[in-house]
Design a protein around this ligand. Structure first.
Ligand code: NAD
Ligand code: UDP
Length: 319
C-alpha cells in the first residue's frame, strides 16, 4: 500500500483502527478514517493523529458523502459487529450493511478504487458444513435475532458482486471469523472481552449454555495482514480469514484463566437463540490465493490483549 491513498469506512472501530495503523506503517500516502462512532470511538485512532496523511472524518456512511482527492482503496469495515451491539441497533445495522455499503461502492466507482467489503462467518449461520468453506451457502435464520446482521452482510456481499459484475468495480470480499485484540470494548458482550474482564476482576466466567459450542479466534494483527493481502490480490470471490484452531467455550475460559492468572468458577447462563454450535474456517483459499495463514498463537494474542486491558484500566476505563 506504499504511496496509496486509502479510505477506511468504520476506521475508528476495533478492526478499522488496527487497519489504519498498519496502512500508515506500510507507507500509505494517506489514510482517511470515516466513522460515526456508533460502536467505535475517536480515542481508538487518537494515537494516529499527527501522522503524515492521516485524517479522521465524522460521517454516517448511510448518508451520501464524498472524499476529496484521489482514492486507491476503500475498505468497508463499518457495521456494529457484536451480538449485543446489533441487537441494540438492528435498523442501523441493516442500513449500514445496505445503504452504507452502496455508498462505499459508489465512492470506489467514482474514484476507480478497489473496494474491499468486510463480511463475516455469520453468513454461514448455524452451519451444517464443518469446517466452513467459501462454497457453502450457509444456514441462516432470516427472521431471527441475528438476522439484522447476517442478512445485511449477505445483502452486502450480493451488492458487492453486482457492482463487480455489472459496473466493473474492482471488488474483494473477506469473510472474517471471530477476531480479538486490543481496543475491543470490554462491555461489547463478545466472549473475549467478557472473559478477559471477568478474569481481571477475579469474577466467575459466564459461559452461555453448556459451553460445548465452538469458535476459532484470530488475533487482529493476523486479520489485518489478510485484509491487505486480499486487497492487493485480484481475487473477486469471498475469502475466509480466520484462525482454524477451534475450541469450546469451556476450553476458552480455561485459556483466558491461564493467560490472565485469574477468574473463578464457570457459571452457566442461558444460550442466546440461534447461537451457532460450531465455527471453524477452512482457510485453503487464503493459503493458496493469498499465501496467508495466521501466525500468532492464542496464548500470545491473549497475553497482548490482557496487557492492553490492564494498561488502560484506571485511565477512565475500568475492567
Ligand atoms: P466495531 O464496532 O469496533 O467497528 C465498526 C465501526 O463501524 C465502528 O467504529 C462504528 O462506529 C462504525 N460504524 C458503524 N456504522 C456506521 C455508519 N453508519 N457510518 C460510519 N461508521 C459506522 O466492530 P469490529 O469488530 O471492528 O468490526 C469491523 C468489521 O468487521 C465489521 O464490518 C464487522 O461486521 C466485521 N467483522 C468483525 C468480526 C470480529 O470478530 N471483530 C468478525 C466478523 C466480521
Ligand atoms: N459467550 C459466552 N459467554 C459470554 C459471551 C459469549 O459463553 O459472556 C459465547 C456465545 O454464546 C458464543 C461464543 O461465546 O457461543 C462467542 O460469542 P461472541 O458474542 O463473542 O461471538 P459470536 O457468537 O458472534 O461468534
Amino acid at each position: 500500500m506504499k504511496g496509496q491513498r486509502v479510505v477506511v469506512l468504520g476506521g475508528a472501530g476495533f478492526v478499522g483502527s488496527h487497519l489504519c495503523e498498519r496502512l500508515l506503517d506500510d507507507g500509505a500516502s494517506g489514510v482517511v478514517a470515516v466513522d460515526n462512532y456508533i460502536t467505535g470511538a475517536e480515542a481508538n485512532v487518537a494515537h494516529l493523529r499527527g501522522r503524515a496523511g492521516f485524517e479522521v472524518v465524522k460521517q454516517d456512511i448511510t448518508e451520501g458523502f464524498s472524499v476529496d482527492g484521489p482514492v486507491h482503496y476503500v475498505f468497508n469495515m463499518a457495521s456494529p459487529a457484536s451480538p449485543i451491539d446489533y441487537a441494540k441497533l438492528p435498523l442501523e445495522t441493516m442500513r449500514v450493511g445496505s445503504l452504507g455499503t452502496e455508498n462505499g461502492l459508489k465512492l470506489a466507482q467514482a474514484k476507480g478504487a478497489v473496494f474491499l467489503q468486510a463480511s463475516t462467518s455469520e453468513v454461514y449461520g448455524d452451519p451444517h458444513v464443518h469446517p466452513q468453506r467459501e462454497e457453502y451457502w450457509g444456514n441462516v435464520n432470516p427472521i431471527g435475532p441475528r438476522a439484522c446482521y447476517d442478512e445485511a452482510k449477505r445483502y452486502a456481499e450480493a451488492l458487492t458482486m453486482v457492482y463487480a459484475r455489472s459496473y466493473g468495480v474492482q471488488t474483494r470480499i473477506v469473510r472474517i471469523f471471530n477476531t480479538y485484540g486490543p481496543r475491543m470494548r470490554l462491555n461489547d458482550g463478545r466472549v473475549v472481552p467478557a472473559f478477559v474482564g471477568q478474569a481481571l476482576r477475579g469474577e466467575d466466567f459466564t459461559v452461555f449454555g453448556e459451553g460445548t459450542q465452538t469458535r476459532s479466534f484470530c488475533y487482529v494483527r493476523d486479520l489485518v495482514d489478510g485484509l491487505i493481502r486480499l486487497a492487493l490480490s485480484d481475487v473477486i470471490e469471498p475469502v475466509n480469514i480466520g484462525n482454524p484452531r477451534e475450541m469450546t467455550m469451556l476450553e476458552f475460559a480455561e485459556a483466558v484463566r491461564a493467560a490472565a492468572g485469574g477468574g473463578g468458577r464457570i457459571v452457566h447462563k442461558p444460550l442466546p437463540k440461534d447461537d451457532p454450535k460450531q465455527r471453524r474456517p477452512d482457510i485453503t483459499r487464503a493459503r493458496q490465493l493469498l499465501g496467508w495463514e495466521p501466525r500468532v498463537p492464542l496464548e500470545e494474542g491473549l497475553r497482548e490483549t490482557i496487557a492492553w486491558f490492564r494498561s488502560v484500566a484506571g485511565k477512565g476505563f475500568t475492567p
